[in-house]
Design a protein around this ligand. Structure first.
Ligand code: SF4
Length: 312
């Protein structure tokens, strides 16, 4: 098997930019939206304190004060790309963007979709915030628009999910994926490499599990220790260590080899957090990490999907 022609890119994996260019024939950008949601893993509905790596601050806009409306955020975001002929995906990013009654969700999503050149939504959420009425609503949108549902998972291992205080288990995630599947929705899953207590085999098992589910995209990043988080405190106390760049690059390449060639790689590094960043220092150089992963795949004469379907 060779690197697939349908990617039409010069990378060793199928990146989001190429996927959207192939699908829509133009550049497509995500516009980040903070619609004022909270998270049940922070407000006591599921748990308090949140995931141990989560800083709980929300977007920069939220930190600055009163949030502009969804429409205003889109209009402002589009100015940034004004010189490029593009379409947009409204990315409901901050906290849990299905954590409200469906009528409120419908109003917020509609506010985004009526904006000029917005062709779809990307909705970040948790597996335990996708009740039947929400799934039904998302399926309705998928008949007319390009819709991604981004599910935080981080690891397919319950012992890890418990340690990082995700507030849900793997089965809840799998149930959510199965309820979303078959409705024309695109499912993107977030995973972290370098979680405490996980070895290489655990990471690859998570990738293999996702490769076998109806998942269309993935976001991967290394564990980050941030000031003000439980994990950050553990790092400062020396009770956990952070993954090295070499190990991350090698494992990210291993994961890409296992995933299906059609799965869209939405992210391979973490963004932002410069003001509260503790470790690992190499993770702040995003370009270097991306180049290193691509080079590692080249060194192996390999690419995303090369080991898809093989037994671990
Ligand atoms: S689910 Fe997301 S927003 Fe909620 S605590 Fe975890 S990382 Fe933070």
């Amino acid at each position: 098997m060779a690197k697939p022609d349908f990617w039409k890119n010069n990378k060793n994996y199928y990146d989001l930019k190429s996927y959207w260019r192939n699908l829509f024939g133009c550049n497509v950008h995500k516009l980040q939206i903070d619609a004022g949601f909270t998270c049940p893993n922070r407000d006591g509905h599921v748990a308090t304190g949140g995931c141990i790596y989560c800083d709980g601050r929300g977007s920069k806009l939220r930190q600055q004060g009163i949030l502009p409306s969804v429409a205003e955020q889109i209009i402002n975001g589009k100015k940034y790309y004004a010189k490029q002929a593009v379409k947009y995906i409204a990315y409901f990013q901050t906290f849990t963007n299905t954590y409200a009654p469906v009528e409120k969700l419908r109003a917020l999503y509609d506010e985004a979709l009526v904006q000029e050149d917005v062709i779809g939504l990307s909705i970040g959420t948790r597996p335990d915030c996708l009740g039947p009425d929400v799934v039904e609503l998302l399926g309705e949108y998928a008949k007319k628009y390009h819709i991604w549902v981004e599910l935080g998972l981080q690891s397919a291992h319950d012992k890890t999910l418990q340690f990082i205080n995700r507030g849900h288990n793997f089965q809840q995630f799998a149930d959510a994926v199965n309820s979303l599947a078959g409705r024309g929705l695109n499912i993107c899953v977030h995973i972290i490499i370098g979680l405490p207590g996980e070895n290489n085999k655990d990471v690859l098992a998570t990738a293999k599990t996702l490769a076998d589910l109806p998942v269309n995209g993935i976001k991967i990043h290394s564990l980050l220790a941030l000031e003000g988080t439980i994990l950050g405190a553990m790092y400062k106390k020396g009770t956990i260590s952070m993954i090295t760049k070499e190990k991350y690059v090698s494992l990210a390449a291993d994961v890409l080899e296992i995933l299906p060639p059609e799965m869209v790689i939405q992210r391979l590094t973490a963004d932002g957090y410069r003001d509260i960043f503790l470790a690992p220092d190499w993770a702040m150089n995003k370009l270097d990490v991306l180049n290193s992963i691509n080079k590692e795949l080249e060194r192996r004469n390999s690419y995303q999907g090369k080991n898809y379907g093989t037994t671990l």
